[in-house]
Ligand binder design. Structure first.
Ligand code: ATP
Ligand code: MG
Ligand code: MG
Ligand code: MG
Length: 468
């Protein structure tokens, strides 16, 4: 089953259950300074959950594009993590609650008319004190006791406001995916034999300012299923990257690099990271975010530079990412017309950014080799914070790029030292700015130098790369 069909069926299923289909919102949060990116389906619906707005229909279903940067280190290494992914979710704003949410999730997953998964391959986790969820899974659904796992972590709490237990549904991919002796091989463990596909959150309490919990008069349901994971299950492939959502991107990169997917671990990691990051870039630029040195823009810059470096691992020397824009647009067009509509613009932005980074990449990589060699000679297991900072400051190497490289060489990076060096530099820049500001006040003649003042104290080459 193609991913687009899974998405369609999810929306149709819940529409049949009386839900209004809400279109995917922009990746850039609106009126929500607490979030850098929309990172889940519920993130765009907060206005209903916190009572600021009353929805016309209390039942909502959506497919929401999401970005999570906390998973960046997992990308390419696990079967299931992306920086950009789609979350399919059904929501109840003070309408139905646990029983419907659980029974419908089960119906969607197991009914042959919908996903038709083998029920024996599904297991669930619940909160140890959520007797109600336990009873529904046990008695209404009929899941055997040994496939209901109690986890203390299954409680959704973001501080003050609505909170509550959750239940997660896992698909057993089979023995070949996990060593049963691995202590992490259980639903909710690190081992990926049991793949988490769906999270159902029951927000039934208010977390009060004094730390107590009281039942909410109107209880809500908030769920999220990863489309890419569901696609890997339905297409019976080992990772999300083997689905129709990623394969055309990976194959296009293979052609560009003259490599084959599935032959070598290092090559595959590079191909997966590139396929992941280009989707994020295309959609974020499509939503109006441009690479820059701070905030969302810096996330894009980091992702792009990382992808370019992985391109180099594959032997690609020229700008190539921008040409994957069309491939992403083609895969996603039936639900997301924007990448295709804005293709020219997105290509231009990505290409410009690639060209800029390629100017310092080779030299930076040479320095990085030297740094790793030095660490090895001196018997260190880590690249120092100072070294990582110099690569960042002079060659524009984001810290995660240096960390990837280190990981490949069996080294780590002194992240704390790096942060310290960053902070020292900020201090110096602040001090320099203060000087300029005070001069402005005194004479006014220096006001035109305002922009330049940020770069006082750097070497000339640093200035040029950082301005870029
Ligand atoms: P995991 O434990 O695998 O990291 P999670 O518990 O952090 O996932 P949730 O916050 O529960 O994820 O999100 C709901 C669903 O969204 C998950 O069950 C999964 O299907 C999907 N999902 C979450 N994070 C990612 C990601 N980084 N890439 C792809 N899908 C994801
Ligand atoms: Mg996670
Ligand atoms: Mg989880
Ligand atoms: Mg989860």
């Amino acid at each position: 089953m193609k991913a687009s069909e899974i998405r369609r069926k999810f929306l149709d299923f819940f529409a049949e259950k009386g839900h209004r289909i809400e279109p995917s919102a922009s990746l850039v949060p609106v009126d929500d300074p607490s979030l850098l990116w929309i990172n889940s389906g519920v993130a765009t619906l907060k206005k209903y959950f916190d009572g600021r707005l009353n929805p016309e229909n209390p039942r909502i279903v959506n497919a929401q594009k999401s970005i999570r940067t906390n998973d960046i280190e997992n990308v390419g290494y696990t079967a299931r993590h992306h920086t950009f992914f789609e979350m399919l979710g059904n929501f109840s704003i003070g309408d139905y609650f646990k029983e419907e949410a659980i029974l419908w999730a089960w119906e969607f997953l197991t009914d042959p008319k919908w996903m038709g998964l083998d029920p024996d391959r599904l297991s669930v986790t619940i909160h140890p004190e959520d007797d109600e969820a336990h009873r529904i899974w046990r008695e209404k659904v009929g899941i055997p006791e040994e496939r209901i796992v109690k986890l203390e972590d299954n409680f959704w709490d973001i501080g003050e406001g609505p909170s509550g237990p959750n239940t997660e549904i896992f698909y057993d991919r089979g023995e070949e995916f996990g060593d049963p002796n691995d202590p992490e091989c259980y639903p909710g463990g690190e081992n990926e034999r049991y793949l988490e596909i769906w999270n159902l959150v029951f927000s039934q309490y208010n977390h009060n300012p004094d730390g107590t919990y009281t039942p909410l008069p109107k209880k809500n349901i908030d769920t999220g299923m990863g489309l890419e994971r569901m696609a890997s299950v339905m297409q019976n492939v080992p990772t999300n990257f083997d689905t129709d959502l990623f394969q055309p991107i990976i194959q296009a990169t293979c052609r560009e690099a003259g490599v084959t997917y599935g032959e070598n671990r290092e090559t595959d990691i590079a191909l997966k990271v590139i396929a992941d990051h280009i989707r994020t870039l295309v959609f974020a630029v499509g939503d109006g975010v441009l690479p820059s040195n701070e905030g969302r823009g810096y996330v894009l810059r980091r992702l792009l530079r990382r992808a370019v470096r992985y391109g180099r691992v594959l032997g690609i020397q020229r700008p190539f990412l921008y040409r994957l824009t069309g491939v992403v647009a083609e895969i996603m067009r039936d639900y997301y017309p924007e990448p295709e509509e804005k293709k020219k613009f997105i290509e231009r932005v990505i290409r410009g950014e690639e060209e800029r980074f390629l100017e310092t990449l080779s030299e930076g990589l040479n320095i990085l080799e030297e740094v790793a060699e030095r660490a090895r000679k001196e018997g260190r297991s880590a690249i120092t914070g100072e070294e990582a900072f110099r690569l960042y400051d002079t060659y524009g190497f984001p810290i995660d790029l240096t960390e990837d490289f280190a990981r490949e060489k069996g080294l780590t990076v002194d992240r704390e030292g790096f942060e310290r060096a960053m902070e020292d530099q900020r201090e110096r820049a602040r001090a320099a700015r203060k000087d300029v500001d005070s001069m402005q006040v005194q004479g006014g003649v220096l006001s035109d130098l305002n922009v330049e003042s940020r770069f006082v104290g750097y070497t000339e080459r640093t200035v040029s790369t950082r301005v870029a």
